[in-house]
Design a protein around this ligand. Structure first.
Ligand code: PLP
Length: 406
């Protein structure tokens, strides 16, 4: 098990402060970002013979003491899909898809939920809160219910019905906030301070990046301890991308890798503040979002300094994709690779095409794309181009429909 040796706070003006513990750093951070450092070395890496245990396989690089894991839901250990059909369709001979739809609530958010609640269980938390466009709150509601911890979640009033239903099914206390996600985020943070609740919020709780890091560690292990050339990641607030970046940084620090992959962040054309900031050096003022991809519709990303730093350090880039491109990506993934994605989840795959077209990605590069969320929770975003025909149960009817002899 790794020892957290220091925690740093990356201030929004780009400066960094260092602290002896992540608790002190979190206290001092307010809305700035806390990052943890470990006593890096090969001793933190999992050994081959260890049983898989999902994301807990990487406990050495997580801020955990060696106690038995208490979180009761299985998370992590998702497949790295090698689809020959998808490779042919995309023209990317070495494309792999990290299928994060396999978590308990079908999104990569389940990893961060697991680590936050593991800490909650160890510290006797009775209530946990978050703000969310949908997936984080669904994940937290389901995970907290399994732990016997109360979840109080704040979502935009426009939240999708299936996600909301899952939150309510898990008996979470759900508040729909009229003014939308950013206001829900502020309210959730204020409620956490006021009531002393455990705060799972993105960009506030350093556990979210630590947990998301495990996806990068899995990719490295699934590739036979190799680093891919490029990882393509849908970006809303940014911790998913920051987690992947930190995974490969720490593999280098542990002596397990000699380089990091280039990171390509994918935003929605209708909400691309980080792409604009990357291009112009200035984060634009938050404006109304205009995309079906609710998971990446974050107009005022709190993790902006960290995401921009990580993209820059990796030699990567941002691209944006339209709603139509995401819908097309959803169809392509379903038709070719047995993968069912939601719009934000498919944004990464759509971004692969955009990156190739703009010369940011070479079709021969070993590329891993993160598929971050399942389409099963947003059935109205699955827009097939074919329809079902109703027939009577007779071979003659069937033959007529198929245009064959009976
Ligand atoms: C499906 C999906 N993909 C990607 C993201 C973006 O994650 P992040 O906010 O860490 O950038 C989200 C966040 O809600 C999401 O739900």
């Amino acid at each position: 098990v790794g020892r957290v040796t220091s925690a740093s706070v990356l201030r929004s003006d780009g400066s960094t402060d260092y602290f002896g513990s992540w608790q002190d750093a979190t206290e001092a951070a307010r809305r700035d970002l806390v990052e943890l450092e470990y006593d890096y070395g090969p001793h933190l890496l999992p050994v081959q013979s260890q049983p898989a245990r999902g994301m807990w396989r990487y406990s050495g690089l997580l801020p955990l003491t060696s106690e038995q894991i208490r979180y009761p839901v299985v998370v992590g250990g998702t497949p790295l899909v090698n689809s020959v059909r998808l490779q042919a369709t995309s023209g990317m001979a070495h494309l792999l898809v990290k299928d994060e739809t396999r978590g308990p609530t079908g999104s990569m958010k389940d990893r961060a939920t697991a680590l936050v609640l593991e800490h909650g269980l160890r510290n006797g938390a009775d209530t946990v809160t978050c703000a969310s466009s949908g997936n984080i709150a669904t994940s937290l509601a389901v995970g907290a219910a399994a732990c016997g911890i109360r979840a109080v979640v704040f979502v935009p009033a426009s939240v999708g019905l299936a996600k909301l239903t899952l939150m309510l099914l898990s008996k979470a206390t759900v508040f729909k906030v009229t003014e939308g996600y950013e206001a829900a985020f502020t309210l959730s943070n204020r409620a956490a301070s006021h009531y002393g609740w455990l705060n799972r919020n993105t960009g506030i709780n350093p556990m979210t990046i630590e947990a998301k890091k495990t996806v990068g560690l899995e990719i490295w292990e699934q590739l036979g301890h190799q680093v891919p050339d490029v990882v393509v990641v849908p970006v809303g607030d940014g911790p998913t991308l920051c987690g992947v970046a930190k995974a490969f940084r720490e593999l280098v620090a542990c002596g397990a890798a000699t380089r990091q992959p280039r990171l390509i962040g994918v935003q929605a054309a209708g909400c691309q503040p980080l792409k604009v900031a990357w291009e112009t050096g200035q984060l634009p003022r938050a404006t109304a979002t205009n995309t079906i991809a609710d998971g990446i519709a974050v107009a005022a990303p709190v993790s902006a300094p960290q995401v921009l730093r990580d993209i820059r350090q990796s030699g990567g880039a941002f691209v944006s994709v339209t709603d139509a491109e995401m819908l097309e990506a959803i169809r392509t993934l379903a038709e070719n690779a047995g993968l069912v994605a939601e719009p934000a989840g498919a944004a990464g795959y759509a971004g692969v095409g955009a990156a190739v077209r703009s010369g940011l990605l070479d079709s021969g590069e070993r590329t891993v794309v993160l598929l971050t969320g399942t389409g099963l929770k947003i059935p109205n975003a699955l827009q097939p181009v074919t329809t079902a025909r109703e027939i009577s149960a007779s071979v003659e009817d069937l033959a007529r429909e198929l245009g064959t002899d009976a």
